[in-house]
Design a binder for this molecule. Sequence first.
Ligand SMILES: C[S@@+](CC[C@H](N)C(=O)[O-])C[C@H]1O[C@@H](n2cnc3c(N)ncnc32)[C@H](O)[C@@H]1O
Length: 297
Amino acid sequence: MPAQHLPVLAEFAGRIDLKADAVVVDATVGAGGHSSIFAQSLTRNGVLLGLDVDTNCLAIAREKLAAASCKVLLVRSNFANLAEVARQNGIEKADLIFADLGVCSAQLADENKGLSFSQNSKLDMRLDDRLESTAADIVNRRDEKGLADLIYGLGQERASRKIARSIVQYRQKKSIDSTAELVNIICQALRCDPNSRRSKIHPATKTFQALRIAVNSELENLEKLLSDAPNLLKTGGKIAVISFHSLEDRIVKTNFRENKAAGVYEIVTKKPITASRDEQKENPRCRSAKLRMAVKV
Ligand SMILES: C[S@@+](CC[C@H](N)C(=O)[O-])C[C@H]1O[C@@H](n2cnc3c(N)ncnc32)[C@H](O)[C@@H]1O
Protein backbone atom coordinates (compact mmCIF):
# COMPACT_ATOMS: atom_id res chain seq x y z
CA MET A 1 0.00 0.00 0.00
CA PRO A 2 1.51 3.37 -0.91
CA ALA A 3 1.79 5.85 1.96
CA GLN A 4 -1.14 8.27 1.87
CA HIS A 5 -0.21 11.63 0.41
CA LEU A 6 -2.11 14.60 1.81
CA PRO A 7 -1.99 17.57 -0.54
CA VAL A 8 -0.25 20.54 1.03
CA LEU A 9 -2.15 23.86 1.38
CA ALA A 10 -5.17 22.08 -0.10
CA GLU A 11 -7.57 24.69 1.17
CA PHE A 12 -5.74 27.45 -0.68
CA ALA A 13 -5.57 25.31 -3.84
CA GLY A 14 -9.35 24.89 -3.61
CA ARG A 15 -9.79 28.67 -3.53
CA ILE A 16 -7.92 29.30 -6.79
CA ASP A 17 -10.73 30.58 -8.96
CA LEU A 18 -11.06 28.33 -12.02
CA LYS A 19 -13.70 28.53 -14.75
CA ALA A 20 -15.44 25.30 -15.72
CA ASP A 21 -13.64 25.24 -19.08
CA ALA A 22 -10.21 26.19 -17.72
CA VAL A 23 -6.97 24.63 -18.91
CA VAL A 24 -4.97 23.55 -15.86
CA VAL A 25 -1.38 22.34 -15.94
CA ASP A 26 -0.25 20.45 -12.86
CA ALA A 27 3.51 20.22 -13.41
CA THR A 28 3.95 17.81 -10.48
CA VAL A 29 0.79 15.69 -10.48
CA GLY A 30 2.20 13.23 -7.91
CA ALA A 31 -0.58 11.27 -6.22
CA GLY A 32 -3.17 13.54 -7.86
CA GLY A 33 -4.20 15.29 -4.64
CA HIS A 34 -4.12 18.87 -5.90
CA SER A 35 -5.21 17.86 -9.39
CA SER A 36 -8.37 16.26 -8.04
CA ILE A 37 -9.15 19.49 -6.18
CA PHE A 38 -8.71 21.48 -9.42
CA ALA A 39 -10.74 18.91 -11.37
CA GLN A 40 -13.73 19.55 -9.11
CA SER A 41 -14.06 23.03 -10.67
CA LEU A 42 -13.82 21.74 -14.25
CA THR A 43 -16.54 20.29 -16.48
CA ARG A 44 -16.14 18.33 -19.71
CA ASN A 45 -14.88 21.43 -21.52
CA GLY A 46 -12.03 21.83 -19.06
CA VAL A 47 -8.60 20.24 -19.47
CA LEU A 48 -6.17 18.99 -16.86
CA LEU A 49 -2.64 18.25 -18.02
CA GLY A 50 -0.59 16.49 -15.34
CA LEU A 51 3.14 15.82 -15.56
CA ASP A 52 5.36 13.66 -13.42
CA VAL A 53 8.68 11.91 -13.90
CA ASP A 54 7.65 8.96 -11.76
CA THR A 55 5.48 6.25 -13.33
CA ASN A 56 4.26 4.99 -9.91
CA CYS A 57 2.92 8.45 -9.08
CA LEU A 58 1.24 8.73 -12.47
CA ALA A 59 -0.51 5.39 -11.87
CA ILE A 60 -1.84 6.60 -8.50
CA ALA A 61 -2.93 9.91 -10.07
CA ARG A 62 -4.63 8.11 -12.97
CA GLU A 63 -6.77 6.14 -10.54
CA LYS A 64 -7.58 9.19 -8.45
CA LEU A 65 -8.62 11.24 -11.49
CA ALA A 66 -10.57 8.46 -13.20
CA ALA A 67 -13.93 9.98 -12.26
CA ALA A 68 -13.03 13.57 -13.24
CA SER A 69 -15.49 15.20 -15.66
CA CYS A 70 -12.81 17.16 -17.53
CA LYS A 71 -10.35 15.89 -20.10
CA VAL A 72 -7.38 14.44 -18.20
CA LEU A 73 -3.99 14.11 -19.88
CA LEU A 74 -1.24 12.49 -17.83
CA VAL A 75 2.26 12.53 -19.25
CA ARG A 76 5.53 11.11 -17.99
CA SER A 77 7.81 14.07 -18.41
CA ASN A 78 10.09 16.41 -16.60
CA PHE A 79 8.42 19.79 -16.13
CA ALA A 80 11.56 21.33 -17.62
CA ASN A 81 10.02 20.16 -20.93
CA LEU A 82 6.59 21.64 -20.22
CA ALA A 83 6.48 23.90 -23.30
CA GLU A 84 7.09 20.93 -25.59
CA VAL A 85 4.64 18.63 -23.74
CA ALA A 86 1.89 21.26 -23.85
CA ARG A 87 2.42 21.75 -27.59
CA GLN A 88 2.36 17.99 -28.25
CA ASN A 89 -0.93 17.77 -26.36
CA GLY A 90 -2.56 20.62 -28.26
CA ILE A 91 -2.42 23.10 -25.39
CA GLU A 92 -1.53 26.61 -26.50
CA LYS A 93 -2.39 28.59 -23.39
CA ALA A 94 -3.18 27.68 -19.77
CA ASP A 95 -5.32 29.29 -17.07
CA LEU A 96 -3.23 27.81 -14.28
CA ILE A 97 0.26 26.38 -14.00
CA PHE A 98 0.74 24.71 -10.65
CA ALA A 99 3.80 23.03 -9.12
CA ASP A 100 4.10 21.36 -5.72
CA LEU A 101 7.84 20.74 -5.64
CA GLY A 102 9.81 17.93 -4.06
CA VAL A 103 8.66 14.40 -3.35
CA CYS A 104 5.48 12.55 -2.39
CA SER A 105 5.02 10.46 0.75
CA ALA A 106 4.83 7.35 -1.45
CA GLN A 107 8.26 8.14 -2.91
CA LEU A 108 9.80 8.67 0.52
CA ALA A 109 8.39 5.33 1.63
CA ASP A 110 9.54 3.55 -1.54
CA GLU A 111 12.68 1.51 -0.73
CA ASN A 112 13.72 1.45 -4.36
CA LYS A 113 14.12 5.21 -4.43
CA GLY A 114 16.56 5.42 -1.49
CA LEU A 115 15.34 8.90 -0.53
CA SER A 116 14.86 8.42 3.18
CA PHE A 117 17.41 8.33 5.97
CA SER A 118 14.83 6.54 8.13
CA GLN A 119 15.03 3.25 6.26
CA ASN A 120 17.93 1.32 4.86
CA SER A 121 17.93 0.99 1.10
CA LYS A 122 20.10 1.38 -1.97
CA LEU A 123 21.52 4.91 -2.17
CA ASP A 124 19.73 6.02 -5.33
CA MET A 125 17.48 9.14 -4.97
CA ARG A 126 16.46 9.35 -8.64
CA LEU A 127 12.81 10.38 -8.96
CA ASP A 128 13.08 9.52 -12.64
CA ASP A 129 14.68 6.09 -13.04
CA ARG A 130 15.79 7.02 -16.57
CA LEU A 131 18.42 9.36 -15.12
CA GLU A 132 21.96 7.98 -15.31
CA SER A 133 23.57 9.18 -12.08
CA THR A 134 22.48 8.14 -8.60
CA ALA A 135 23.39 9.56 -5.20
CA ALA A 136 25.82 6.64 -4.80
CA ASP A 137 27.61 7.76 -7.98
CA ILE A 138 28.04 11.25 -6.53
CA VAL A 139 29.32 10.20 -3.09
CA ASN A 140 31.66 7.58 -4.55
CA ARG A 141 33.09 9.63 -7.42
CA ARG A 142 33.17 13.32 -6.57
CA ASP A 143 36.35 14.74 -5.00
CA GLU A 144 36.36 15.99 -1.43
CA LYS A 145 36.05 19.68 -2.27
CA GLY A 146 33.30 19.01 -4.81
CA LEU A 147 31.36 17.04 -2.20
CA ALA A 148 31.81 19.71 0.48
CA ASP A 149 30.65 22.43 -1.92
CA LEU A 150 27.61 20.40 -2.94
CA ILE A 151 26.58 19.59 0.65
CA TYR A 152 27.04 23.22 1.67
CA GLY A 153 25.50 24.79 -1.42
CA LEU A 154 22.43 22.58 -1.78
CA GLY A 155 22.00 21.40 1.81
CA GLN A 156 23.11 24.53 3.67
CA GLU A 157 25.00 22.12 5.94
CA ARG A 158 27.64 23.99 7.96
CA ALA A 159 29.57 20.81 8.70
CA SER A 160 29.88 20.04 4.98
CA ARG A 161 33.69 19.79 5.05
CA LYS A 162 33.72 17.30 7.92
CA ILE A 163 31.08 15.19 6.21
CA ALA A 164 32.91 15.28 2.86
CA ARG A 165 36.17 14.24 4.58
CA SER A 166 34.44 11.29 6.28
CA ILE A 167 32.84 10.19 3.01
CA VAL A 168 36.19 10.22 1.22
CA GLN A 169 37.92 8.34 4.08
CA TYR A 170 35.19 5.67 4.20
CA ARG A 171 35.17 5.02 0.47
CA GLN A 172 38.91 4.30 0.47
CA LYS A 173 37.94 1.02 2.17
CA LYS A 174 34.59 0.33 0.55
CA SER A 175 32.11 2.00 -1.77
CA ILE A 176 29.07 3.65 -0.17
CA ASP A 177 26.07 1.72 -1.41
CA SER A 178 23.25 2.17 1.10
CA THR A 179 21.39 4.98 2.86
CA ALA A 180 22.32 3.44 6.24
CA GLU A 181 26.04 3.56 5.41
CA LEU A 182 25.74 7.24 4.49
CA VAL A 183 23.76 8.01 7.67
CA ASN A 184 26.48 6.33 9.77
CA ILE A 185 29.24 8.23 8.00
CA ILE A 186 27.43 11.55 8.61
CA CYS A 187 26.75 10.72 12.26
CA GLN A 188 30.37 9.74 12.82
CA ALA A 189 31.56 12.96 11.18
CA LEU A 190 29.23 15.00 13.40
CA ARG A 191 29.86 12.81 16.45
CA CYS A 192 26.15 12.43 17.06
CA ASP A 193 23.65 9.69 17.68
CA PRO A 194 21.05 9.39 14.88
CA ASN A 195 18.44 8.35 17.44
CA SER A 196 19.07 11.26 19.78
CA ARG A 197 16.14 13.64 20.14
CA ARG A 198 18.33 16.59 21.07
CA SER A 199 18.12 18.17 17.66
CA LYS A 200 14.82 18.93 15.90
CA ILE A 201 16.06 17.55 12.62
CA HIS A 202 17.87 14.32 11.84
CA PRO A 203 21.64 14.89 11.38
CA ALA A 204 21.46 13.49 7.82
CA THR A 205 18.60 15.74 6.69
CA LYS A 206 20.69 18.44 5.00
CA THR A 207 23.13 16.09 3.28
CA PHE A 208 20.26 13.97 1.95
CA GLN A 209 18.52 17.12 0.73
CA ALA A 210 21.67 18.26 -1.09
CA LEU A 211 22.16 14.90 -2.80
CA ARG A 212 18.52 14.65 -3.87
CA ILE A 213 18.57 18.16 -5.35
CA ALA A 214 21.80 17.37 -7.23
CA VAL A 215 20.73 13.94 -8.52
CA ASN A 216 17.45 15.31 -9.89
CA SER A 217 18.80 18.72 -11.05
CA GLU A 218 15.91 20.20 -9.11
CA LEU A 219 16.96 23.85 -9.18
CA GLU A 220 17.81 23.86 -12.90
CA ASN A 221 14.46 22.22 -13.71
CA LEU A 222 12.61 24.80 -11.61
CA GLU A 223 14.41 27.66 -13.39
CA LYS A 224 13.39 26.20 -16.75
CA LEU A 225 9.75 25.74 -15.70
CA LEU A 226 9.58 29.33 -14.47
CA SER A 227 11.19 30.71 -17.61
CA ASP A 228 8.74 28.84 -19.88
CA ALA A 229 5.63 29.69 -17.83
CA PRO A 230 4.85 33.24 -19.10
CA ASN A 231 4.60 32.06 -22.73
CA LEU A 232 2.19 29.31 -21.80
CA LEU A 233 -0.10 31.41 -19.59
CA LYS A 234 -3.15 33.27 -20.89
CA THR A 235 -3.52 36.89 -19.86
CA GLY A 236 -5.14 36.57 -16.45
CA GLY A 237 -3.71 33.06 -16.07
CA LYS A 238 -2.07 32.16 -12.78
CA ILE A 239 1.11 30.43 -11.72
CA ALA A 240 1.27 28.95 -8.21
CA VAL A 241 4.33 27.19 -6.81
CA ILE A 242 4.72 25.42 -3.47
CA SER A 243 8.33 25.14 -2.34
CA PHE A 244 9.83 23.36 0.65
CA HIS A 245 13.21 24.96 1.22
CA SER A 246 14.76 28.38 0.93
CA LEU A 247 16.75 27.61 -2.24
CA GLU A 248 13.58 26.84 -4.17
CA ASP A 249 11.62 29.67 -2.59
CA ARG A 250 14.32 32.21 -3.48
CA ILE A 251 14.23 31.12 -7.14
CA VAL A 252 10.43 31.49 -7.26
CA LYS A 253 10.47 34.82 -5.43
CA THR A 254 13.18 36.24 -7.72
CA ASN A 255 11.47 35.03 -10.87
CA PHE A 256 8.12 36.56 -9.88
CA ARG A 257 9.81 39.86 -8.97
CA GLU A 258 11.71 40.01 -12.25
CA ASN A 259 8.55 39.27 -14.20
CA LYS A 260 6.69 41.93 -12.24
CA ALA A 261 9.42 44.46 -13.03
CA ALA A 262 9.14 43.49 -16.71
CA GLY A 263 5.36 44.04 -16.64
CA VAL A 264 4.63 40.33 -17.18
CA TYR A 265 3.23 39.32 -13.77
CA GLU A 266 1.30 40.88 -10.93
CA ILE A 267 2.25 39.17 -7.68
CA VAL A 268 -0.82 37.83 -5.84
CA THR A 269 0.90 36.67 -2.67
CA LYS A 270 2.88 39.61 -1.28
CA LYS A 271 4.04 37.21 1.41
CA PRO A 272 4.10 33.46 0.81
CA ILE A 273 1.09 31.47 2.02
CA THR A 274 2.01 28.98 4.73
CA ALA A 275 0.02 26.23 6.41
CA SER A 276 -2.17 26.85 9.44
CA ARG A 277 -1.21 25.23 12.75
CA ASP A 278 -4.00 22.71 12.34
CA GLU A 279 -2.81 21.72 8.89
CA GLN A 280 0.77 21.44 10.16
CA LYS A 281 -0.39 19.12 12.94
CA GLU A 282 -2.31 16.93 10.55
CA ASN A 283 0.37 16.93 7.86
CA PRO A 284 3.95 17.54 9.08
CA ARG A 285 5.10 17.95 5.44
CA CYS A 286 3.33 21.34 5.48
CA ARG A 287 5.67 22.85 8.06
CA SER A 288 8.13 24.23 5.56
CA ALA A 289 5.69 24.70 2.66
CA LYS A 290 5.47 28.15 1.06
CA LEU A 291 3.08 28.96 -1.74
CA ARG A 292 3.63 31.92 -4.03
CA MET A 293 1.23 32.92 -6.77
CA ALA A 294 1.40 35.42 -9.63
CA VAL A 295 -1.00 36.37 -12.40
CA LYS A 296 -0.04 37.16 -15.99
CA VAL A 297 -1.04 40.69 -16.95
C1 LIG B 1 5.10 16.85 -3.65
S1 LIG B 1 4.77 15.74 -4.90
C2 LIG B 1 3.30 16.35 -5.63
C3 LIG B 1 2.08 15.92 -4.90
C4 LIG B 1 0.79 16.33 -5.56
N1 LIG B 1 0.63 17.76 -5.59
C5 LIG B 1 -0.38 15.71 -4.86
O1 LIG B 1 -1.21 16.43 -4.28
O2 LIG B 1 -0.48 14.48 -4.86
C6 LIG B 1 5.95 16.19 -6.10
C7 LIG B 1 5.89 15.35 -7.36
O3 LIG B 1 6.65 16.02 -8.35
C8 LIG B 1 7.35 15.07 -9.11
N2 LIG B 1 8.49 15.78 -9.67
C9 LIG B 1 9.58 16.26 -9.03
N3 LIG B 1 10.38 16.90 -9.89
C10 LIG B 1 9.77 16.83 -11.11
C11 LIG B 1 10.10 17.34 -12.39
N4 LIG B 1 11.22 18.04 -12.61
N5 LIG B 1 9.24 17.12 -13.40
C12 LIG B 1 8.08 16.43 -13.19
N6 LIG B 1 7.73 15.92 -11.99
C13 LIG B 1 8.56 16.13 -10.97
C14 LIG B 1 7.72 14.00 -8.12
O4 LIG B 1 7.96 12.78 -8.79
C15 LIG B 1 6.48 13.97 -7.22
O5 LIG B 1 5.56 13.03 -7.66
